[in-house]
Every structure is written in C-alpha cells, then in structure tokens.
Write a protein that binds this ligand. Structure first.
Ligand code: ATP
Ligand code: MG
Length: 458
C-alpha cells in the first residue's frame, strides 16, 4: 500500500485520533468515510472502519503499535484486500497476507481479492455429490462427509481435534486438492509444530497456513478466518476442490467479544455481541459446491469449536451447529478410555454426506450404526454379571473388534476402497480364530502393502 501523504493528497480528508481503547480507536473528522474502508495513520499503521457515529468514527487497528491521541488519519477509499495467488502455496502467512517465515524467497502474489466478499447466490451453487475422503475409518464409514459440506468439529480441549484435521489435510493434499489451515490466536509453538508435521510429510507445498498468535493484535486475530476463506475462494475460482480448516471459532468468538465490549456494544448472552451469529454465518455461507468458469469446484469448511466439560449446548457451539451441515463430536470420556480418534458416532451428525455414498457404502454404513447401537445396549449386560448366552458373547466380541478396527493411533490414512475390503473381511469373520492384536497387524500389513505399491491407485 502507498504511504500517508499520497493518500492524503488523493482523498483530501483528514481526521484526528480522539480516544484510544486498545484495539479500537476513535477518530474525529473524515466526513465522507465509508463502512469497512481502510484508513491509514500518520505512523504508517492501518485500520478498518468498524462503525460510524455522527461525531466519531470507530477504527479497528491491525497492529500493536500504540497510537497517541492527536495523530493524523486519512482515508484511502479502498476496502480490505489481501494478495492471493498460487505463490502462497507452501507458505505460512499472517492474516494480512504477509509471509511469517523468512526462509522462502518472498515472491508475493500481485492479484488481490476483497476479504469480506458476499457469499455466492443459489444460481452459482450445485448439489453436493462427491465424497470427501478423510482417511479416518470411523468418519468415512459411519459419518461420511462430502465435498462442499460444512462440518463442525466439536469437543473438549485435548481430545484429538487438531490431530483429526491434520490427518484429513494430509489425505486431501495427497489426492491433489488444496488445503488451507487457519490457526486463530494459537501459540506460535503449536503453529510451528503443525508446519513441521506437513513439511515432514512433504505436502506443505499443496497448502497454505494462515496463522495469528495469541500475542497478536486483536484486530488481526479477528481477520484470520476471513483471510483463509478468501484464499479458498481464489483456489475455487481456479477450479480446485478446497478444504479449509478454521481452528478454532470459539477463540475467534472470544476475540470478537473483546472488540465489541471495547467498542461499548450491548453485551448479549454470555456477553457475546448480538451479531456474533451473523459474523460466523456469513463466513460459513461462503463454503459449498459451486459452478465456476473452470467447472465444478467446492469449498469444504471444517470449523472447530471447543466445548467445556462436554457441554454441547453452549451458545457459540449451538450457533455453529445450526449453520453447518452436521458435527463430529470428540468425546472426552472415550478419549480417556483410550479410543483414538475419540469420535462418538451416536452424538455425531452428517446431513449431506450420506447422499454422496455409493449404495454399497450406504448399506455398510447402516449396518455399522445399527450394530454399534446393539453393542452399546449389550454392554450393559456385562455390568450385571449375568450369564451370557453365545449370541450375546458373539455380538460383544464382534463389537470389540469393530471398535479396534476403528482405532487409528498413527498417521496412517486408509483409502475408501481398502476400508470396504477390510471391513467386509472383518464382518465375514475371516479373522475369527485370530487374536485381536494379530488382526490389527494384518490390517496394517495390507495398508502398508497398499501404500508402498504405487501401481495400485484406487
Ligand atoms: P486443543 O484443545 O489443544 O486444540 P485438540 O483437541 O486439538 O487440542 P490434539 O492436540 O489434536 O487435540 O490432541 C491432543 C493429544 O492427543 C495430542 O498429544 C495427540 O498426540 C493425541 N492424539 C490425538 N489423536 C490421536 C491419535 N489418533 N493417535 C494418537 N494420539 C492422538
Ligand atoms: Mg487443537
């Protein structure tokens, strides 16, 4: 962007800082300022118009530099745009599009897109018909997802949410799709770990990481998911299937609450501002399956929400549930029981994933869910210590096997066709007389054989 004096000459409007409230700055003057316009301070800092009062303009600032009352401000007549392009692949950027790391030569894209674009209308959308493979057995077999679906990842802290997402990204990048991971107000170390993981797996150059740290300016953290969505839209317009992960929106809501309270908005439920639903819904609506000039392309959005004590009825969680097409619930109790991934199939929902399944997979899906239901019921018999007949014993054994079948401790991703073969072998009792551990080893052998044999693809 240009400097203060150039903009001042262009727009010929000047304002003065009157009051500073952390991330929000009150400015007088600037008579023709527009909502969401970018303003520039004498110090070189940028801000965005947050709201306009008759006397003062509220500005949201994107840097942590202290601005003193009396500082001059001018308009730019521009809205917030970020540079987007294929140059971003393999990079870690901040929400304004600046590269965070310095190791890679800084060739930045020249094309830019508006950050706060409106969601596309119904005419440009298509029904969701393609399955999104996560490579995680329990999800692909019991709670399937589709390309263009919005699925909330919800659960307590440290229940394996990020692990599930990184595995899904790994599988999707290996299939040639583009992935955007956005870390909203996370620790620098966590972001670094995620970056190292993808670097090690060799898929970093098929994805973009948008990161803001907990120590960054509140305005910057607030922008993070919008940047991720804008980059996704760029790749969608290139005709690519995109997966965007927003980790996590509970933090985003907290920072937005901070901004609103600083801006003296009316505190609603749990002090969240009344437009928090709108803020998130507008973001979610930008995902979906679209018709583009380069053919059908989708944005699959996986937002994350953190619950407290497994309570699914929190304000932000229920908001997000109502604007997504289902949720995967990561259960703390299952995590403590040693189940990995700790997804609870009974409390998880998918509203569009099933329509993308083939008949065979839908049939298997139905079988698994009804069997797991039966297994849960039968388990209560064990507690009574009652004498079990052979039927119940057999059910319990198969149930244990299926649970074992679903556990994935390492970062292996299992292709869908192999999942079906493996499951059918298990279901047909081909491994009846073997120990459970041996079954697990058997399966891993097949998986590694599959992964090393490059000739077999699908
Ligand atoms: P946070 O609330 O901090 O975001 P989270 O819900 O994203 O946590 P993770 O960080 O993904 O959880 O996982 C927590 C821990 O559980 C990590 O140490 C991770 O290694 C372990 N873990 C999660 N899933 C698996 C798995 N499938 N196999 C082995 N370990 C796992
Ligand atoms: Mg996490």
């Amino acid at each position: 962007m240009k400097d203060f004096n150039t903009y001042l000459n262009q727009t010929e409007e000047i304002g003065y800082v009157e009051q500073v409230a952390d991330a929000i700055i009150y400015v007088s003057g600037l008579p023709k300022v527009k909502p969401e316009e970018i303003v520039v301070f004498e110090t070189g800092d940028f801000g965005q118009v947050f709201s306009i009062d008759p006397e003062l303009v509220e500005i949201l600032i994107f840097s942590k530099n202290s601005i003193k009352p009396g500082t001059r401000v001018t308009r730019t007549n521009e809205i917030l745009k970020i540079p987007v392009g294929t140059e971003l692949l393999g990079r870690v950027i901040d929400p304004l599009g600046n590269p965070v790391e310095t190791s890679k030569p800084a060739r930045m894209p020249t094309f830019s897109m508006p950050m706060n674009a409106l969601p596309q209308g119904i005419i440009k959308r298509k029904a969701i018909t393609k399955t999104l493979e996560t490579g995680v057995l329990i999800v692909d077999m019991a709670i399937p997802l589709g390309h263009g679906q919005r699925e909330l990842i919800v659960g307590d802290r440290k229940t394996g949410k990020t692990s599930f997402l990184t595995r899904t990204i790994l599988n999707q990048t290996k299939r040639g799709n583009i992935c955007i991971y956005s870390a909203i107000g996370k620790k620098k170390l966590d972001v670094k770990k995620i970056e190292e993981f993808f670097k090690k797996e060799g898929v970093l150059d098929k994805m973009v990481i948008v990161a803001s740290g907990s120590e960054d300016a509140t305005g910057l953290i607030y922008l993070t998911p919008y940047t991720a969505m804008t980059i996704s839209e760029f790749f969608r317009d290139q005709g690519k299937d995109v997966l965007v992960v927003l980790d996590d929106l509970s933090t985003h809501a907290k920072f937005y609450r901070e901004l609103s309270l600083l801006g003296r908005r009316f505190p609603g439920r749990n002090s969240y501002p009344s437009d928090i639903f709108y803020t998130h819904a507008k973001l979610m609506e930008r995902a979906g399956n679209f018709k583009t000039e380069k053919g059908e392309a989708s944005i699959t959005c996986l937002p994350v929400a953190e619950t407290a004590q497994g309570d699914l009825s929190g304000y932000i969680e229920t908001n997000l549930m109502s604007m997504t097409d289902g949720h995967l619930y990561f259960d703390k109790d299952l995590f403590y029981l040693g189940r990995r991934p700790a997804i609870n199939p009974f409390l998880s929902v998918t509203r569009v994933g099933r329509q993308t399944q083939s008949n065979l997979r839908r049939e298997i899906n139905r079988e698994i869910i009804s069997f797991l239901n039966l297994y849960e019921k039968m388990q209560s018999f064990i507690h009574f210590g009652a004498e079990l007949n052979d039927n119940i014993k057999a059910t319990l054994l198969t149930g244990t096997r299926i649970i074992q079948f679903f556990s994935q401790y390492t970062n292996e991703v299992v292709p869908i066709n192999l999942q079906i073969v493996l499951f059918c072998m298990l279901w047909a009792n081909l491994w009846e007389n073997k120990e459970l551990i041996a079954i697990r080893a058997d399966m891993l052998n097949v998986i590694t054989a599959y992964q090393t044999d490059k000739k077999i693809k699908d």
